[in-house]
Ligand binder design. Structure first.
Ligand code: ATP
Length: 374
């Protein structure tokens, strides 16, 4: 049931070498991407990376400068928006202020070949789906932000599109409501099985919502993968840095054996052994190694103890307490700062933290937790 992992599965949406230029400026640069039926796919990237332009081309609001777009095997590159089996939900929701919730949801059905009874049924079904039946008679200004978002969602789904395109669907909601709405969106998508493509700049949102994510930067796709792949195995410095927090150090490959690569990292003042799969770098190659703060083990240094492999001594400079965990900034003898996250014990005692300011500590980088970036 994970067609995107099946190399032979047929893609539902195929973006094939699509470029969009605005004058001299290339907003989307030769992007190719397959999306499968029933996916909740996220286009993730910072401001101006081209994600909205790509979404608008799928909707038919922009025409590619080059490349083709296919849906279910059909070339839709030249089709006008209303002839595409796709619908877009805008960040602003674009609800009609003078219409009730019910009328807003039913609006898109006006030109559908449906009887009045069928239309009514469809609206009722959608209002049930987004749990707005009790509010059917209200106007948009009588609704909360989250309720408006649900009206917009129901309206976008009314014509039963095969693909729903969502531009920052939770962007207008405050943080608390976002979390709740994220889960609603996932549940609704799952229930309907409609393919959702979501544009977002929020990496946590992409990770929570999506089956797969395409990370975009300056018109290019930098990596496509499941949230776990993107988080655990970022392939480039850009992706590693964009998703979550990570420590990155420059290094040089010293030796390669089986699936182990030894990297000399001057900032760490030590060689680091990395478990690596895929293409092995050659000895002498310049690489970056990266490790997430929560993957580094930190312990108070026993005086006189010797460092073993992948263990580096440092001193705690900054300490932030976040309840469930603490963030440590540890200074190495080279002057390099390393960020470390460690879960706190439940004892309400300063000394029960792993370490405090000025403590000498050992940092251990397990070979399976360190990533080689290219
Ligand atoms: P944001 O999150 O800020 O909306 P984005 O990743 O969605 O960013 P796009 O809206 O796709 O970015 O825009 C990509 C680039 O293309 C931007 O630099 C933008 O200024 C430019 N651009 C978009 N639409 C047009 C247009 N109609 N004319 C000229 N330039 C445009």
């Amino acid at each position: 049931d994970k067609p995107w992992l099946d190399q032979k599965a047929k893609p539902f949406i195929r973006i094939d070498g699509v470029t969009k230029k605005f004058g001299e400026f290339t907003a989307v640069d030769n992007v190719s991407l397959d999306i499968f039926k029933g996916e909740l796919f996220a286009l993730l990237g910072g401001s101006g990376c081209g994600k909205t332009t790509l979404l608008r081309m799928l909707a038919g609001f922009e025409t590619p400068t080059a490349g083709r777009l296919f849906l279910d095997g059909q070339d839709m590159t030249e089709l006008p928006p209303y002839e595409r089996p796709a619908n877009m939900m805008f960040q602003s929701y674009a609800l009609f202020p003078h219409m009730t919730v019910e009328k807003n949801v039913g609006y898109g059905l006006k030109h559908e070949a449906l009887t009045d009874a069928q239309r009514k049924d469809r609206v009722k079904e959608l209002l049930d789906l987004v749990q707005l039946t009790p509010l059917a008679g209200r106007k948009p200004h009588q609704l909360s932000g989250g309720q408006r978002q649900r009206v917009a969602l129901a309206r976008a789904l009314a014509k039963r599109p095969k693909v729903l395109l969502l531009d920052e669907p939770l962007g207008a909601l405050d943080k608390k409501l976002r979390e709740q709405t994220q889960f609603e969106l996932i549940n609704i998508q799952y229930k309907l099985g409609v393919t959702f493509i979501v544009v977002t700049h929020d990496q946590e949102e992409a990770m929570t919502l999506a089956t797969r994510i395409a990370v975009m930067d300056r018109g290019l796709i930098r990596q496509i993968g499941t949230p776990t792949e993107i988080y655990e195995f970022p392939r480039t410095r850009f992706v590693a840095d964009f998703i979550g927090s990570i420590n990155i150090f420059d290094g040089e490959v010293k030796s390669v054996a089986k699936n182990k690569v030894t990297v000399a990292a001057p900032a760490l003042g030590a060689d680091v052994i990395v478990e690596h799969t895929g293409t092995m770098p050659a000895p002498g190659a310049k690489v970056s190694i990266a490790v997430r703060p929560e993957k580094i083990a930190i312990e108070r240094k026993e005086p006189g103890a010797d460092a073993t492999g992948n263990t580096i001594a440092g001193k705690v400079i900054d300490l932030g307490y976040f309840g469930k965990d603490s963030l440590y900034r540890v200074k190495l003898p080279s002057g390099t700062m390393v960020r470390v996250n460690a879960v706190n014990s439940r004892r309400a005692d300063e000394n029960e933290r792993v370490a405090v300011w000025e403590d000498n500590v050992w940092l251990t980088f397990a070979p399976s937790s360190v990533i080689i970036l290219t």
